[in-house]
Design a protein around this ligand. Structure first.
Ligand code: LAN
Length: 731
């Protein structure tokens, strides 16, 4: 393989243009597999006209006519749906950009480089444009995510990516970014994952990378810190990362990597004592400082284990087992992998194991495209290979909240959405489920698509709710029979954590929260194990409750027990001041919407429950004079309420009024004021404009959910219209 790699020729570098022709981009949607294609050929472009959705994503004019001005919240909801319907994709789902994290695209670009994969000029041009557009406006450089201040992580990786794409080091954006990077300490103070990528690229020495021993995968399963117990994202990153690190593979030297050695560091490259910089980390990057436990373990691994104890027998066994784990992941996701963090790392691993041109490499390279997206700024990498199932479920629920599911006008759209969820339900558990440590998934839904195939507690629940709501409405096809509905319920029931009654994301918790002492990523918090989330817990509670109304006899005791324990966990999770902290949306308004819905399902509302009352009072104390709510992403980092500098925001306002309505807050006035704000912000064509970043993960990294500005306002308006049919508000 090494020989084949050495003999493989370098592809021509992409030609960078100022920009591409927006009218040539198409979203190719193969039943929920999304790939952006650039049609070089004029004839081909004529044959395949751009859809509304394509144009909308690309920021091209839609030329839609104005809708009749709404006279009531229900009118406004209908107008919203009229616009949003145009974004439904042919297979029946909704998609969108899912950007925010600034550490994903470089992984893909570096992978292309080291595997000598040609980069098309259209892709390179738009990636360059995106990264230019997203450079910090004053400081220069890039942060961990689009809203953040620049960090060594963001600067090192994105600077490197741009150089690979063909941008010269003396370009003004690059000069500024480099100055920023150097002011922060240079690439020797980058976090672990960046150091790993630089070592792969051959720009840093492997000695600077803190240990990621694949041997850890050999410890018996009963060991409390065994990696199978980690949160799936971390363990799936660890597999290829440890394998490649163990082999200390680096790309051969090139002019470009030699140049990067000069550009990324503050010290002369030859003088760097790599080992001494293992624990260097810039303060701006150090969200979760490494603990003394981890530092001690690392010291032992570097100074004792590696030089004296690590036999080649152990090394080979560990590499063989991580290699097999990768094969199982590839088989279960058709090479898509869990997310575009582990995906490019796995591609590199397959390249050095199977060689250029092998099936694994070709398939991985193809799959990496599923996560790329084009917007008005350029091309970026989404946080996942799409948002298909998740956003489709909320779209259905928005229409149902407005009572529109029985209306002929909306039936075709909703039937298509239902059919999409029907096709995307996961019908089988993973092959080798126990061996590759996967959670049962039969009957579940993923966040994105069935190919990726990782069921998530709340994605299953939201999709199941949507399916049941539609199938129990007259006139809808019965696409899922009872057995498939039961499969989903069976899977939801596997998610409850024994100790707390709460629910995490992909799995039941497998290890103690103390494992956070081994968090080596530095830039994220709460990543090592599954936690309990009010959002995920509520989604399960609501899905099970709706299910039970229609099938009162199926596993009735299990469901009752699950719901009781879950709701009591939600109560214990409430803060003294009445708030709940949101882990996946920004921030307290998001969590309140879920938590208050859970409480209301067991009859706990404002007038009857201290918890619900406190939750509402907390929200009301944050309502602004114009009737809206406003939260900055900083709230997620600091775990305190932080107002957004630009004032009230539509999405947070929708979450807050939904929360108040769920809790049956007895006075209509504050709710009405929120609804009026949502209506005022609606455009004449029914759309809402994007205002601020909506989502978060691991406390520190923000991510966009562009469809939330449709689904939640429509839901809020619809709920209001049904609850207060006589309140006719006009904006
Ligand atoms: C997501 C996206 C969806 C999200 C919800 C369904 C909204 C949530 O309720 C449960 C968790 C989940 C599935 C989730 C988990 C973490 C993801 C996959 C992301 C936030 C999108 C990107 C992120 C992933 C971890 C990014 C890579 C970063 C690492 C630290 C590995």
């Amino acid at each position: 393989v090494a020989e084949a790699i050495a003999e493989q020729e370098w592809p021509k570098r992409p030609k960078l243009a100022e920009k591409t022709d927006g009218s040539r981009w198409r979203l190719d949607d193969q039943d929920g597999r999304h790939r952006w294609t650039y049609l070089e050929d004029e004839e081909a472009a004529k044959q395949w006209p751009q859809s509304h959705a394509d144009k909308y994503y690309l920021g091209l004019p839609l030329d839609l006519r104005d809708l009749p001005p709404p006279q009531s919240p229900l009118d406004a909801a209908r107008n919203g749906l009229t616009f949003y319907e145009k974004l439904q994709l042919p297979p029946g789902e909704w998609g969108c950009e899912y950007g925010g994290p600034m550490f994903l695209l470089p992984g893909i670009i570096i992978t292309w480089y080291v595997t000598k994969t040609p980069i098309s000029s259209a892709y390179a041009t738009e990636m360059k444009n995106y990264l230019f557009a997203r450079a910090h406006p004053t400081l220069g450089g890039w942060g961990l995510h689009v809203e953040g201040e620049s960090t060594v992580f963001g600067c090192t990786l994105n600077y490197t990516a741009l150089r690979i794409l063909g941008v010269e080091p003396d370009h003004p954006v690059m000069l500024k970014a480099r100055a920023r990077l150097h002011a922060l300490g240079g690439a020797t103070s980058s976090p672990h994952w960046a150091k790993w990528w630089l070592a792969v690229l051959g720009v840093a020495d492997w000695d600077v990378v803190n240990p990621v021993p694949p041997e850890l995968w050999l410890v018996p399963d009963w060991v409390p810190f065994a990696p199978w117990r980690w949160w799936p994202h971390i363990r799936q990153v660890y597999v290829p990362m440890s394998h490649v690190a163990s082999r200390r593979w680096s790309c051969e030297e090139t002019d470009l990597t030699r140049a990067l050695r000069e550009e990324l560091f503050v010290q002369p490259w030859g003088s760097i004592r790599w080992k001494a910089h293992r624990n260097d980390i810039a303060p701006a990057d150090n969200y979760h400082p490494k603990t003394w436990v981890l530092n001690t373990a690392n010291w032992f691994l570097v100074n004792v284990w590696d030089p004296y104890l690590r036999s080649s027998w152990i090394k080979e066994r560990a590499e063989a087992w991580t290699s097999e784990l990768v094969d199982m992941e590839d088989a279960n996701t058709d090479y898509a992998c869990l997310a575009p963090v582990s995906a490019p790392m796995t591609t590199v691993m397959c390249y050095i194991r199977d060689g250029p041109g092998s099936y694994t490499v070709r398939r991985h390279i193809e799959r990496l495209e599923d996560s790329l997206w084009v917007n008005v700024e350029g091309m970026l990498c989404n946080g996942t290979n799409g948002v298909q199932c998740w956003d489709t479920a909320f779209s259905i629920q928005a229409a149902v909240a407005a009572g529109l599911e029985g209306d002929e006008r909306w039936r075709p759209m909703l039937v298509k959405a239902l059919a999409f969820l029907d096709r995307q339900q996961i019908r089988e558990d993973c092959k080798d489920q126990a061996k590759c440590y996967r959670h049962p998934r039969k009957g579940g839904w993923p966040f994105s698509n069935k190919t990726q195939g990782y069921a998530v507690s709340d994605c299953i629940s939201e999709a199941l709710k949507s399916v049941v709501l539609l199938q129990k409405t007259d006139g809808y096809p019965q696409l899922l029979d009872d057995r498939r509905v039961f499969d989903a319920v069976d899977t939801i029931l596997t998610y409850q954590n024994e100790d707390t009654g709460g629910v995490g994301s992909y799995e039941k918790r497998r290890g103690g929260k103390w494992m956070e002492v081994l968090n080596a990523a530095e830039v994220f918090g709460n990543i090592m194990v599954e936690y309990d989330y009010p959002e995920c817990t509520t989604a399960c509670v609501t899905a099970l409750s709706i299910f039970q109304k229609h099938w009162p006899d199926y596993r009735a005791d299990d469901i009752r027990r699950f719901v009781t324990r879950a709701v009591s966990w939600i109560k214990t999770n409430q803060w003294e001041n009445g708030a709940w902290y949101g882990s996946w949306g920004v921030c307290f308004t998001y969590a309140a919407m879920f938590a208050l819905e859970s409480l209301s399902l067991v009859g706990e509302v404002y007038e009857t429950s201290e918890h619900a009352k406190k939750g509402c009072d907390y929200l009301l104390s944050k309502q602004r004079a114009d009737g809206g709510w406003s939260e900055s992403y900083k709230a997620c980092e600091t775990m305190q309420w932080v107002e957004h500098p630009s004032g009230s925001l539509v999405v947070q306002t929708a979450w807050a009024v939904i929360a108040l309505m769920e809790a049956e807050y007895p006075h209509v006035e504050p709710i009405k004021k929120g609804i009026r704000l949502i209506m005022k912000r609606q455009q004449a064509n029914g759309e809402w404009l994007s205002e601020s970043i909506e989502g978060v993960f691991n406390k520190s990294c923000m991510i966009t959910y562009p469809n939330y500005k449709f689904t939640f306002p429509i839901k809020a308006l619809g709920m209001f219209a049904r609850k207060y049919p006589d309140e006719l508000i006009s904006p």
